[in-house]
Write a protein that binds this ligand. Structure first.
Ligand SMILES: *[C@@H]1O[C@H](CO)[C@@H](O)[C@H](O)[C@H]1NC(C)=O
Ligand SMILES: *[C@@H]1O[C@H](CO)[C@@H](O)[C@H](O)[C@H]1NC(C)=O
Ligand SMILES: *[C@@H]1O[C@H](CO)[C@@H](O)[C@H](O)[C@H]1NC(C)=O
Length: 407
């Protein structure tokens, strides 16, 4: 009775069902693979310190400018309304479908930081937030609701939460190795009250980020083995915004909206749930767009004499990725080079930007602070003395059931 074609259709439907309708795999408590020694890596002689996203080949500059201005106007309106400074309250943000999807890690994170105001942003709260608080920028709610996958919504949501409210964001599978305020790398933000520190001695930065991948010498085989599109990148599963309305997050949000629009315009009429492969997600909402927005904003806002630009240019001397193949001119900018193998946090204060080009200040933490427990990038183990959080995922949406079943 079943024709070959019928069987084929049933099979495809089954695979499709498996992919899109299975619940998330059970979470692991301990990531058993994390502390194993690294596999053999192949490296190149030359490093790659800069990548260009395919979404930046032909960006809609006018649309991005318009969005960016709208966000900035909105920021001014909000701050003048409440007559407040833009210093964030001590608030923790986590994202999950609902309360039932929280695990022990998430509860422990809340308890260990119990002097922080904790909010679990459920699907319901998220919709209310984008439609009510952010109603002045309707584009955000439209794009948010249009996404066919949770991972895209959760990515955009974390940026807009920290941009609007500031505070600390962590995925729900983040284990608190240290409380936020006892994390050594964050100490400058939480000086002991016995010291006569005042607010003016706090780092003047709007965003603190960690490092996820730092293997600029990786060979292409090495990158394929790890499913990487880039050999470096910042973490966006944990972020800290000491101030509201970080210009770095504003630029990230603008690009997420613009890249989504660009992608959708090129993919009209396809099944929405079949759209957005792994690489696209990384470039539209994930670590790739986040890392690029930050490096590009630093590049456009720091003076060309700034040490980060000098270090980037120096590191490019034998590589020449910053030399235009057309004009042979050197394009001075910030690359990954200054962040390669960081041993101490690096902070760029808001005031280091050229006048009229605010980037709000940034701190970058060494890999072991938030990105420990990985078998690459010389990340320390979960028990590394610098470790403040452990990302115990062991699997993510990228691997999910595949890894659960096949290891
Ligand atoms: C996880 O690791 C901790 C210590 O590292 C250990 O005490 C605990 O039993 C482990 N849990 C599981 C489920 O393996
Ligand atoms: C932070 O830097 C900005 C930009 O230079 C400056 O306007 C602001 O006054 C600084 N804030 C503090 C608290 O130092
Ligand atoms: C907000 O904070 C940034 C530093 O991150 C500073 O440059 C800016 O002047 C502040 N804006 C207001 C309105 O307080």
């Amino acid at each position: 009775m079943f024709t070959g074609r019928g069987v084929c259709i049933i099979f495809i439907t089954f695979i499709w069902f498996l992919f899109y309708h299975l619940p998330a795999p059970p979470s692991t408590q301990n990531n058993t693979r994390a502390d194993r020694p690294p596999p053999k890596h192949q490296v190149e002689d030359t490093a790659r310190f800069i990548y260009r996203s395919p979404f930046r080949n032909n960006p809609d500059i006018q649309y991005e400018k318009q969005l960016s201005n709208a966000l900035e106007e909105f920021e001014k309106a909000v701050l003048s309304q409440s007559q407040e400074s833009n210093i964030s309250g001590d608030r923790i943000w986590q994202i999950a479908k609902d309360e039932e999807h929280r695990g022990d890690d998430s509860r422990e994170f809340e308890q260990k930081n119990n002097e922080w105001e904790y909010t679990l942003v459920t699907d319901k709260k998220a919709i209310e937030f984008v439609t009510n608080e952010l109603s002045a920028i309707p584009e955000i709610a439209i794009v948010y609701k249009s996404y066919p996958h949770n991972v895209l919504r959760a990515d955009l949501l974390r940026y807009i939460l920290l941009w609007y409210y500031g505070g600390f964001y962590a995925d729900i599978d983040i284990f608190p190795a240290q409380s936020i305020k006892t994390c050594a790398a964050l100490e400058p933000f939480f000086p002991p009250t016995t010291n006569k520190h005042t607010k003016s001695t706090l780092p003047n930065v709007s965003l603190v980020v960690g490092i996820e991948v730092d293997e600029p010498y990786a060979s292409s085989q090495f990158m394929r083995d790890w499913h990487w599109t880039r050999s470096y990148g910042l973490i966006q599963y944990t972020m800290y915004a000491p101030r509201r309305f970080s210009p770095l997050l504003r630029e990230t949000i603008v690009r997420v909206l613009a890249h989504t629009r660009q992608y959708n315009n090129g993919h009209i009429g396809l099944f929405p749930s079949l759209m957005y492969d792994e690489k696209t997600i990384l470039g539209v909402t994930g670590p790739d767009v986040f890392t690029d927005a930050i490096l590009d904003t630093l590049s456009s806002s720091l003076p060309s004499t700034h040490p980060l630009i000098q270090q980037s240019v120096d590191a490019d001397a034998d590589i020449s990725d910053l030399i235009s193949p057309v004009t042979a001119e050197l394009h001075k900018r910030v690359t990954w080079a200054p962040f390669h193998r960081l041993s101490d946090p690096v902070c760029i204060q808001a005031g280091e930007a050229i006048p009229d080009e605010s980037m709000g200040g940034l701190c970058v933490l060494p890999i072991s602070v938030w990105g420990n427990g990985q078998r690459h990038s010389q990340a320390g183990g979960f028990n590394h003395p610098n470790a403040c959080v452990n990302h115990r995922f062991g699997r993510t949406w990228k691997k999910g059931w595949w890894e659960y079943i096949f290891g």
